[in-house]
Every structure is written in structure tokens, then in C-alpha cells.
Design a protein. Structure first.
Length: 340
């Protein structure tokens, strides 16, 4: 029998790519998702690509009865916890939802895991916990100062996990702080499908490339960067999925809790992204330069050295790979996951 790994939020953008990688490396992912921002279409596509059925439970991490049934019916050996809300702007408008889902939702999951003796945990966190004043390259020991309820809810969950690990040394926990995941699986069958207007650059550029939106909004052209536009650390989603498998192996010999940055260790500017995407899609992309947005910083990128040293993981895909795979997904799925 293959080893079962619970993947909360496994129908989402990042979860679907981790699901694919788990199957590729011989694990059986068990998916728990309430489908509030996703659908089961990516799971069906993964089943077609891999030929492996995927156990799926529609449910919420805050529902202990659902969690009890899941852990009673499946011999779970580890949990990768991705379920949560992730819009910075929405979190400002709806802070209660973010604290309920991202922070409070993590607690019943850990409680049920503990009752069932499952104490191997990988937590999907975010570079937003560092806030707006962190100096790049950002290390894991940089001060945390989240600037939104989203970032704060992620940090609060991290703090709770540290207390859990310190209270019971049998827990083995990896906290993974993502920078900016982009791109898609090389098959073009799974990728990013944001609801409404995309909050992030790459999916917005993708929608301009397919004609869904008229132009790219470039916020700020006078930053102290090589071309004046903001610089961010973009990470291919398949490299991110690889990192979770490395973290899963790391848990085998780990003790306690550890935090890792996941990024490439370098930044790409907004104009570099647009240029690379134009090469991928084969036509120019209109853009409009606007004023800087409040709170945006000039440059923000990771120091991933700890993940390289301890997880034996390194990002291998560059910006051309990211844009090529994003365009392959978007051009074959111009409306995302829409039933035909």
C-alpha cells in the first residue's frame, strides 16, 4: 500500500500541483477541500493524467466531525495544510473570515491529528509574514511584521504550531513561507484559475494575453530598480510542489519545528515578466503605467539558503519556463476550469 498524505485545500492552484507530485513520487494524496474557491475539475484531470483515483472529501477543516471521519477511514501519515483564504485586499475587508479560516481553522486539524497519533505536519505559510520593511534577500530570522489580516492570520497559525511542537516533541513540523508562485503544469491541464479580477501579476498578464482584459496595469515606474518597476521573487509552482516532497522526506529524520523560505533567491521586475510573457505568447501585451500603490515596496526576494541546505531543494525553473507554462495553460484554458 502507498503512503497516504492528507492535502487540505488540495483542489486549489498549489494543492493540485502538489497532488500531482505526490502521485508521481508514489504517495496517495487524500484531498479535503470545501470548494469555496476551487472545484473538483483539477482532480479529475489529474486522475486522467496519472490513471490513479484520488480520495476526495468535501468538507471544512473547522468541522471536527468531518476530520474525525477522515482520519478514522484513512491511515494518514502526514498532513500538508494548504486550506485557507489568501487575498490580502479581501482580508482587510473581511478580517473575521481570515482569522477563522487561516488561524482558527488550523487548531481543530491539529487537535484531531493529535488524537489519531499523526504528528507530521507541513504548513503552507507566506512571505507576507515579513511585512513591508524587510530587507532583501530575506532570511527566515528576519523580523515579522505582517501588514494585513491575511499575513497576520498566517503568522498566528505559525505561532500556534510552534507552541504545539514545543509542548509535544513528537510533533515534526515544517513551515514553508512561499514567495510568489506562478506558472502551471507542463501538461497544460492544471493551472491557476483566480476568481474575479486577479490579485497577482502573472494571472493578470495571462488574461491580457488571451484578450480577457485590455491592458496590464503597471503600478509605479520610478522605483530604485534597474527598470523602475517593482521586483519580486517569482517561483514556478512545480518547483514549489517539489519543495513539499523534499519537506515530506525531511520530516522522516526531523525533530521539532523549522521554518523555510521558498523562493528562487532573485527577483524579476514587472517589465521583465511582461517581456518574457510576450516571448511565450508571441505577441505584444499592452500596458498602462499608473502611480505606485500604497504599501508596495521596490524589491522583495528570498534567501532560500536554508531550504537548499536542509531540505536539499533548489528552484530549477527560470522566468522563461514560468511564462511558457503559464501561457500553455492559459491558451488551452482561456476561461480556466470551466465545464464544457
Amino acid at each position: 500500500m502507498t503512503r497516504k498524505v492528507l492535502l487540505t485545500g488540495g483542489c486549489g492552484y498549489i494543492g493540485s500541483h502538489i497532488c500531482m507530485e505526490l502521485i508521481k513520487q508514489g504517495f496517495t494524496p487524500v484531498i479535503l477541500d470545501n470548494l469555496c474557491n476551487s472545484s473538483t475539475i483539477p482532480l479529475r484531470r489529474i486522475e486522467q493524467l496519472t490513471g490513479q483515483p484520488i480520495p476526495f472529501i468535501e468538507g471544512d477543516i473547522r468541522n471536527e466531525a468531518t476530520l474525525e471521519r477522515l482520519f478514522s477511514e484513512h491511515a494518514i501519515e502526514a498532513t500538508i495544510h494548504l486550506a485557507g483564504l489568501k487575498s490580502v485586499a479581501e482580508s482587510v475587508a473581511k478580517p473575521i473570515s481570515y482569522y477563522q479560516n487561516n488561524f482558527a481553522g488550523t487548531l481543530p486539524l491539529c487537535e484531531v491529528m493529535q488524537r489519531h497519533g499523526v504528528k507530521r505536519f507541513i504548513y503552507s505559510s507566506s512571505a507576507t509574514v515579513y511585512g513591508l520593511t524587510a530587507q532583501s534577500p530575506i532570511r527566515e530570522d528576519a523580523p515579522t511584521a505582517p501588514a494585513s489580516p491575511y499575513g497576520q492570520s498566517k503568522l498566528m497559525a505559525e505561532i500556534a504550531l510552534r507552541d504545539i511542537a514545543h509542548a509535544d516533541p513528537q510533533w515534526k513540523i515544517a513551515i514553508l513561507r512561499y514567495f510568489n508562485p506562478v506558472g502551471a503544469h507542463a501538461s497544460g491541464q492544471i493551472g491557476e484559475h483566480p476568481n474575479g479580477v486577479p490579485n497577482n501579476l502573472m494571472p493578470y498578464v495571462s488574461q491580457v494575453a488571451t484578450g480577457r482584459r485590455p491592458f496590464i496595469q503597471v503600478f509605479g515606474s520610478d522605483y530604485p530598480t534597474p527598470d523602475g518597476t517593482g521586483v519580486r521573487d517569482y517561483l514556478h509552482v512545480c518547483d514549489l510542489a517539489d519543495a513539499h516532497l523534499c519537506a515530506l522526506r525531511w520530516l522522516d529524520g526531523a525533530q521539532g519545528i523549522r521554518t523555510f523560505n521558498l523562493g528562487t533567491g532573485r527577483g524579476y521586475s514587472v517589465l521583465e515578466i511582461i517581456d518574457a510573457y510576450e516571448k511565450a505568447c508571441g505577441h505584444p501585451l499592452p500596458r498602462q503605467f499608473l502611480d505606485r500603490r500604497p504599501g508596495d515596496v521596490a524589491s522583495y526576494h528570498a534567501d532560500p539558503g536554508l531550504a537548499v541546505d536542509e531540505l536539499r531543494w533548489r528552484a530549477t525553473r527560470d522566468i522563461e519556463d514560468m511564462c511558457r507554462d503559464a501561457w500553455n495553460w492559459q491558451s488551452h484554458n482561456p476561461n480556466g476550469y470551466v465545464e464544457s
